[in-house]
Design a protein around this ligand. Sequence first.
Ligand SMILES: NC(=O)c1ccc[n+]([C@@H]2O[C@H](COP(=O)([O-])OP(=O)(O)OC[C@H]3O[C@@H](n4cnc5c(N)ncnc54)[C@H](O)[C@@H]3O)[C@@H](O)[C@H]2O)c1
Ligand SMILES: O=C(O)C(=O)C[C@@H](O)[C@H](O)[C@H](O)COP(=O)(O)O
Ligand SMILES: [Zn+2]
Length: 379
Amino acid sequence: MSHVAEELRADITRLNVGLGERAYDILIGPGLFHEAGERIARLRPGARVGIVTDRHVAERHLATVEAALRAAGLTPTPVIVEPGEKSKCFRVFEEVVDALLAARIERRDVVLALGGGVVGDLAGFAAAALRRGVDFVQAPTSLLAQVDSSVGGKTGINSRHGKNLVGAFHQPILVLADSAALDTLPLREFRSGYAEVAKYGLIDNAPFFAWLERKWQEVFAGGPARIEAIATSCASKAAVVARDEKETGDRALLNLGHTFGHALEAGAGFSQRLLHGEAVAVGMAQAFRFSARQGLCSPEDALRVAAHLKTVGLPTRIRDIPGDLPDTDGLMDLIAQDKKVSRGALTFILARGIGRSFIARDVDPAELRAFLEAERGAI
Ligand SMILES: NC(=O)c1ccc[n+]([C@@H]2O[C@H](COP(=O)([O-])OP(=O)(O)OC[C@H]3O[C@@H](n4cnc5c(N)ncnc54)[C@H](O)[C@@H]3O)[C@@H](O)[C@H]2O)c1
Ligand SMILES: O=C(O)C(=O)C[C@@H](O)[C@H](O)[C@H](O)COP(=O)(O)O
Ligand SMILES: [Zn+2]
């Protein structure tokens, strides 16, 4: 008999991503990794499970997950990669796929992504490609992964031409967000993930942004405010993904801050100098400043966005990024590789105010260039 009560525990939040026959649950709460075996076994009894994780996460959480899987009659094989954005590359992708094949992960088996967004994107893409597609489960361990990357099925790796340029849409069959796992996450990484939390407020939920301005310290401290922030974020993302799984329409709103941010990440060599969420923080502040410069939103809103990000310790300007970055031409070239570019026309997520973001197609490259020049001069 199952040790996990059929009724959900009161301290677990369950959301659903409504994608018809590919719908799946997102479970959020403490201790879920101890139940990972039973929860996965309910979906795929007796499966082999290729656990893709990174070294930091393996040291802290792998033993718990492996034990839970074995106890439920599943057969785990860990595949451990080096931590960090540099692992989202062709070489590591090949190593992961080979290791999963060596472990005989077959079509009725499961790939389990245990880690942050790097592991989730990499393992998800490996699952999408392996034997032309095997099921995967997301077990996100960073704040960023719990509020964003584990949901929605965007998987992939970086190329020398830019960020996330090779990948696939491949939805997980389950997301297990064990909020207790965040207790071992370094503060800088938590902050980086917080940028994506703030993003949901800036897109279309001004009351949530105002709540974060009041409650951010409680979110950082842990407890109910943190769970509420994770659940609100996942609910926002689940709703957008259910409407527009493959980003033919308003899913692009989730890219707020990312056109600038991805160019900066690539410009910094996908290094520890600039984490993804940090790049998104600079990018969101820039998107609001650019919107204000275009007369789309008030300068006060742009200042308010930057002020909150700065208050929590996130960068908001190019000058906050340590080390050299490409010049304006170099940044324009990187921006030209953005996946929202269509026949050369630039698409940005801009804003008419906090919680009033919109998709701006055909952004004038000359205006963008002038803005970037002004941003570089603003020291
Ligand atoms: N697919 C999507 O929809 C989506 C959305 C947002 C971001 N992303 C991608 O996610 C990536 C960033 O994810 P991230 O910020 O989680 O980075 P990450 O995966 O590199 O994890 C951050 C760091 O924290 C460590 N870590 C993770 N969980 C830990 C824990 N519980 N305890 C101790 N250490 C822990 C990791 O080892 C790593 O060193 C980027 O590549 C970004 O492009 C994807
Ligand atoms: O899920 C989405 O859609 C997002 O845009 C979420 C982003 O936070 C995430 O960083 C995503 O990977 C960026 O997507 P991309 O298509 O610009 O690579
Ligand atoms: Zn992101």
